[in-house]
Design a protein around this ligand. Sequence first.
Ligand code: F6R
Length: 243
Amino acid sequence: MKIICAKDYKDMSRKAANIISAQIIMKPNCVLGLATGSTPIGTYEQLVEWYNKGDLDFSGVTTVNLDEYRGLPRDNDQSYYYFMNEKLFSKVNIDKSRTFLPDGMEPDSQKACDDYNHIIRSVGGIDLQLLGLGHNGHIGFNEPGTAFEAETHCVDLTESTMKANQRFFASMDDVPKQAYTMGIKTIMQAKKILVVVSGEDKADIVKTAFFGPITPKVQASVLQLHNDVTIVADEAALSKVNL
Ligand code: F6R
C-alpha cells in the first residue's frame, strides 16, 4: 500500500489525476473504474483541464462506475449517471457507448446485478479503479458487514450513508434507500486501485481502515490485501496517522 501525502484538496486532485493520466497514456484502451461523491470532483476537473490542453485522449477508454441508486432515472440530476456525464463524460472525447453504470431503473435487482457483472467481465476487467472512502469505511456502497466475496449486488443504504447523502436531495424522504453497487470481490480484482481521501472528518476512518485490522466491519480495510493500492490523501485526512 503506497500512501501519497498531498498538501490540500487541490494537490490531492492533481496527484490523483496524474496517476489516471499515466494509466490512459500507458494504455489508451484501458478500463477505468470510476467513483462519484464529492472527493473525486477535483480529479475529474483536472483531467478535463488536461484534455482541453490536448494532453489527454479518452477516445479508447472504457469506464465502469462503482454504483448507482436504485429507482433514479438517468436524467435525475442526483443519479450517478447524470453526475458522471456532468463532471467528465460530456467534457471529454470518450465514446459514451463505452461508459457503464449499473442500470438503476432495472426493477429486477438480480438482473441488474447479473447484467453489470457481465459487462465488467466482457470489457476484460478493470485496469485502474478509483475509490472514495465513506465515513464508515464503505467503498462503493459496500456497507459494513458485507461479505468480501460479493460481486454486484443491491444494498439497503445505512442510516449514516443516507444522512451523508441528504445534502444532495431536497429532503430526507427523497434520499434513495437502495443502490446497486460493484462488490468487494470485483473491486479487488482491479489491477490497480487508487483511493482519494480529503479532510479532517476522514482522519479517523483513514487510520481504522488502512492501519487497523482487516474486517468486513470496515470494508475498505480489505484494500490492505491488494498488491497495488495507492492512497492519495491530504494532510488533514492523514492527521491521525504517523507516516
Ligand atoms: C461513490 C461511492 C462512495 C463514495 C464515498 C465517499 O461512487 O461509491 O463510496 O466514494 O461515499 O464519498 P465522498 O467523496 O462524497 O466523501
